[in-house]
Design a protein around this ligand. Sequence first.
Ligand code: GH3
Ligand code: MG
Ligand code: MG
Length: 397
Amino acid sequence: MVDLPTLVAIAVSAKVISGVLLIYAWVTNRDTPALALWAIGFLLGAAATALIVIQERIGGVRPIDIADALLILAYGVMWMGARSFNNRKTRVIYLLIVPVAWFLVRRLEIWDFSDSTRIALVSSMLLCYLGLIGFEFWRSNRTLPSRRPLIVIIWVQAAVLLSRLLWPGWDLRAYTERSPAISSAEPIFFELLFQTVVGAFLLAFLMKERREEYHRRASFVDSLTGIWNRRAFLEYAPRRLSRAAIDKQAVALIAFDLDHFKFINDTYGHLGGDLTLCSFCKIVTDALRPNDLFARIGGEEFACLLVDVSPADAVAIAERVRCRFANLEIYSGQSLLRATVSSGLAMAGQLQPDLEALMSAADRALYRAKELGRNRVELEKTLARDANGVRNSEAVR
Ligand code: GH3
Ligand code: MG
Ligand code: MG
């Protein structure tokens, strides 16, 4: 059993420590205001909790009314933090309107309600904020591991607040008058310690995970053209191939290589070359479906993995890209330049295709396209393994 001041001291310490942890996380990563807002939320919560033990009025105001207003503000700031995490701005007026209105209602003693009604009303407001906070995390990036446990914590917190609506005597603020000894088995302990500390850790982790995810994605994107790079292609392509094998879908790989690109660089400068690369990527991206994987795998070499596509459709896509690119007028400064692309296409059957074999088949076709005069599409059809496990390939055109 502990008395009320001891419990409050423990709760305040837990909230202050959590706030300081979040401030530290923010200081090491200043471009994430959400961390600072969450820290402020925890510190406001600590102040609200500390006020519970004060009996005398402060400037004629009951401390519990200041505590309630601060608690509502704390939840509002947490909500603002969650919105900021999703890159959404929140106007400060939305933050202040509820706590200020509540404070005025209590200060001017417009209504005189019982303690249990007060707790039920404040708990309802906190519940609304919690719903809004939960909604923000629910719609945030689903791949972050800490998102789920955080939503669970929010659900538990919502259940605690709901229980307050039904049994207002459970609220820490209801102990003030009775000032009893409190059993450490009460749910209040779970809420104050577990929720507070774990919640703060999860928030800090969530931010760290998002930063890592950002850097991981950045390391997969080609900085010049904005499409996937070789690393991304080698990471994602085998997964798509396995999935296609399970779903018994045909796969096509198109290898593109811009023609006489060295000449373009030498004639129009590196900037002209870069512009040509970007224009080519735009044409291919427009010609593909959202699920197709398109990457820059070398200087002026690209690969494109198409799933669930017939050879005729794959050739049609490669031809469309070839034609559009050949007809494109690229303006680099004062000069107008034109370029062409050669492509090699390989098809994999419905057996588990292997990326390496598919890439060398596409490369063989590409080599042939270069030899046959460039600005053309060549198809190499990779057949399924024969009875002896030997891979056959057949030049189609
Ligand atoms: P082919 O028709 O046989 O493919 O000839 P090519 O000139 O396109 O092939 P080659 O491999 O000789 O030249 C590729 C050139 O691509 C050489 C390199 O300087 C240039 N290159 C590689 N990366 C970039 C880049 O990011 N920007 C620019 N502007 N040029 C690049
Ligand atoms: Mg090349
Ligand atoms: Mg080339």
